[in-house]
Design a protein around this ligand. Sequence first.
Ligand SMILES: [Zn+2]
Length: 126
Amino acid sequence: MALNYSNKINKIRTFALSLIFIGFGVMYLGILVKNVAWLMVIFFILGLLCIVFSTVVYFWIGLLSTRAIQIICPSCEKPTKLLGRVDACMHCKQPLTMDKNLEGVEFDEKYNSKEYRKELREKDSK
Ligand SMILES: [Zn+2]
C-alpha cells in the first residue's frame, strides 16, 4: 500500500537534519558575501540559529522517543515507535493505531488532531 505518510519521529528527524544543511548553506552564503561585513554577519547569525534550532529539535525528538510506544510492526516484524493515536511504521510505512476504535478504519492524519478527539469525547458523553 503506497501511503503518503511517514513515521512522525522519522519525519522530525529529517526536518532536524535538513535544518543543519540549511544552516551551513546560509553560512556559506555569508562567506560568499564577505565583502559586505554586515550582510556576512547576518548570514552567519541566521546559519547559527538554524543549527541551534536543529539541536533543540534533536533534543525534542529524544524526549518524544521516550514517550513513544515501542511495538513490533505486524507487517514487517521490525520494532518501531508509535507517536500519537495513529502513526506509520518506521520501516514499511504500514499505518498503525493504538486505538481499537480506529482499527480497520481508513488511515487519516485527522485522528491525531485535537478537534477530532474533542468530537470523539462529545460523542462519548452523549
Ligand atoms: Zn513495518
